[in-house]
Design a protein around this ligand. Structure first.
Ligand code: PRX
Length: 649
């Protein structure tokens, strides 16, 4: 990337232009591509044609705010678009999925292989009475069978609910109960830094309660680690056994464009995680278009998205986007520092990876480990880098550009959400000049604005709430089983627009800079953690009376959870209590929600009406000057916290 430095300007104003060799070969050559998107309906109508449809749509969009229907009347199948349509030509024997296990085991599945396994597993699901519209929970590590299970559901019209393998049994139980899944697909265990984590045992813990609802009829277990597991007669079956002698013929179910493809749970401001609903047509068009354009996808690319399939990035840019485009995807099961801190770079060297899509938290970790690790490997195959999940700080951007991209790879900083389904703001590589730390401008056909609380756009140079003005194809359609929550959460905060929950500013060039969440969501290593969830987990502990959590800046994770806890009357603090409280959160939610700090206090700062003043807690957690305390019921509480915080840490 060549840098143009305008003297006297702020660091943020640096522009980086793509190398001419990259631009010359980029798939998007039209410098006015964003103008094409101005007529949204025509643009997305055109993009719809990139997929194979069993029946064409009549109307591209029916908008009955806040409910949208895209590609109305059209019929298609997501798995068909990811597999069958590639089999007719030279892609039949192309590697669809290159897998590397944490212990170094390798597997390559061609499109033909993947098609065969998906069809067989779809037949297995059918034999277990899974029908169109039924929900299937997938609680798996990052292995090929996870992708196979997702596509098998899509093939027969079942709705998959992937639950990240790092979630605890209790979190899994909530999600199974909310979706009322008929089948759970899991593994005996998963590898993490050489240890094996018991997934099947977590499923067993999650199920007794749900059995009262009688929703889960079968559990399919993939053998991964070989650790011992209990198999419940009549409910549990081994994947390798049920896949024996199963027909490879399973016609793809013609799905209505607005039929559900999947539910994915994500954290919000209040209550339990929401089941975000995505439907087949618009989602597939959105992820397919963005995947091709944003990653400048070419037939010969080896594309590696490091996200776990338990998150939306895994759904859209590990599975549906790349496979619908006939890409070769790389999938790595394990940790970046196992057995050595150069594992990622070794994988890039070994497979000649050309496109890498990862998260700022990973980049900051690599920076901390030092550049000797990437410098010791041949990364010359890389030609494009991506970033997602949280704002990337300019220092991390520069390091990524220099030590991973060798200063010749454009970096696409992509802003989007579980709810948006597809990338919404990003550079179009080869066209859009880059600025470190900015996700640049909206993707063609996407209408994003920054507004004040009344919904009025703010002028350039200012900040406000990030909103989407008009519907987009991969948008969530509702919160599973709760249209009202969908309406209240996303479309009521600011009139007539979709509210993202983010704060952003835009500069004189019209570039967007996402600051972060303005709601009670903490972004820990790019994962959304609801403060209400962590507080709920803490209060669930026998000794806890009250809890309040805030996010504090963390050098590597972006943000970390800082919890303030008051114990029940008369409880004495004892050694190990803090560790016990942290372990309780892990048990209730998962390790990703473990608070970095827990501060015990007799009182929490409250207004006279009893509302906890998080703003002040945040000031304390960040170690900055405490803001206005005039509305506090008891100003002494905050003085106590301030004085004692360092002593207790
Ligand atoms: O705050 C934004 C941040 O991640 C949130 C969405 O989280 P989730 O639904 O888990 O999806 C993450 C992966 C798409 C957003 O509201 N975020 C995501 N990407 C960026 C970002 N913040 C700044 N820059 C980004 N590129």
């Amino acid at each position: 990337m060549t840098e143009k430095h305008n003297e006297g300007l702020l660091e943020e104003k640096r522009f980086f232009f793509p190398p001419t060799e990259f631009s010359a070969k980029a798939i998007i050559q039209n410098p006015n591509i964003h103008e094409l998107g101005a007529d949204r309906a025509t643009f997305w109508n055109e993009q719809g044609r990139r997929l194979d449809w069993f029946k064409p749509w009549n109307t591209v969009l029916e908008w009955n705010p806040p409910f949208a229907k895209w590609y109305v009347g059209g019929k298609l199948n997501a798995a068909y678009n990811c597999l069958d349509r590639h089999l007719a030509g030279p892609r039949r024997n192309k590697a669809a999925l290159i897998f590397e296990g944490e212990l170094g085991d390798r597997r390559v599945l061609t499109y033909q292989d993947l098609y065969r396994e998906v069809s067989q597993f779809a037949n297995v699901l059918k034999s277990l009475d899974v029908e169109k519209g039924d929900r299937v929970t997938i609680y798996m590590p990052l292995i090929p069978e996870t992708v196979i299970a997702m596509l098998a559901c899509a093939r027969i019209g079942a709705v998959h609910c992937v639950v990240f393998g790092g979630f605890s049994a209790e979190a899994l139980k909530d999600r199974i109960q909310n979706s009322l899944s008929k089948v759970v697909v899991t593994t005996d265990g998963s590898y993490r830094r050489g240890n094996s984590i018991p997934l099947k045992a977590n499923v067993d813990l999650a199920l007794p309660v749900t059995c009262i609802n009688n929703c889960v009829e079968s559990v399919i277990v993939v053998k991964r680690t070989g650790q011992p597991v209990d198999m419940l007669e009549g409910r549990d079956v081994w994947y390798h056994e049920v896949m024996k002698n199963v027909s490879i013929v399973c016609p793809a179910e013609p799905m209505d464009a607005e039929d559900m493809l999947f539910i994915l749970y994500t954290s919000g401001t209040t209550g339990k995680p929401k089941g975000v609903v995505h439907t087949v047509g618009g989602y597939m068009v959105g992820v397919s278009t963005t995947h091709e354009w944003v990653f400048d996808l070419k037939e010969e690319d080896v594309y590696w998205c490091t996200a776990d399939v338990g998150w939306i990035t895994g759904h859209s840019y590990l599975v549906y986007g790349p496979l619908s485009n006939g890409a070769t995807i790389l999938m790595y099961e394990g940790a970046p520092d196992f057995p050595e801190k150069d594992r990622y770079w070794k994988i890039i060297e070994d497979y000649r990876v050309t496109i890498l899509y990862t998260a700022p938290t990973a980049i900051r970790t690599f920076m901390k480990w030092g550049e000797s690790y990437p410098l010791g490997r041949d990364l010359s195959s890389l030609r494009l880098l991506g970033s997602v999940g949280e704002p990337i700080n300019p220092e991390a951007w520069m390091w990524y550009n220099k030590f991973i991209g060798g200063e010749h790879c454009p970096i696409v900083d992509t802003w989007w959400q579980t709810e948006t389904g597809m990338i919404m703001m990003t550079p179009v590589p080869g066209i859009t000049p880059l600025k470190p730390g900015s996700c640049t401008i909206p993707f063609p056909g996407v209408h994003i604005e920054i507004v004040d609380h009344a919904g009025n756009p703010v002028p350039k140079g200012e900040g406000g709430y990030l909103v989407v003005r008009e519907p987009w194809p991969a948008m969530l359609k509702t919160v599973y089983g709760d249209d009202k929550r969908y309406q209240d959460t996303y479309w009521s905060e600011i009139a007539d627009v979709y509210f993202t929950g983010d704060e952003a500013k835009w500069d004189e060039d019209g570039y967007f800079w996402v600051v972060g969440r303005v709601d009670d969501v903490i972004n820990v290593s790019g994962h959304r953690i609801g403060t209400a969830e962590v507080e709920g987990a803490l209060v669930d502990h026998l000794l806890v009376a009250e809890a309040a959590c805030v996010g504090r800046t963390h050098e590597v994770k972006g943000q970390a959870v800082f919890a303030f806890v008051s114990l029940k009357e008369g409880i004495e603090i004892y050694d190990g209590l803090i560790a016990e409280l942290k372990a309780h959160v892990v048990q209730k939610i998962g390790a990703l929600a473990r608070p970095d700090d827990i501060f015990l206090t007799a009182e929490l700062p409250k207004t006279r009406s009893g509302k906890i003043m998080r703003r002040l807690l945040k000031d304390i957690a960040e170690g900055r000057t405490i803001g206005d305390t005039t509305t506090l019921a008891d100003a002494e509480v905050i003085n106590f916290l301030k004085k004692n915080i360092d002593a207790q840490k």
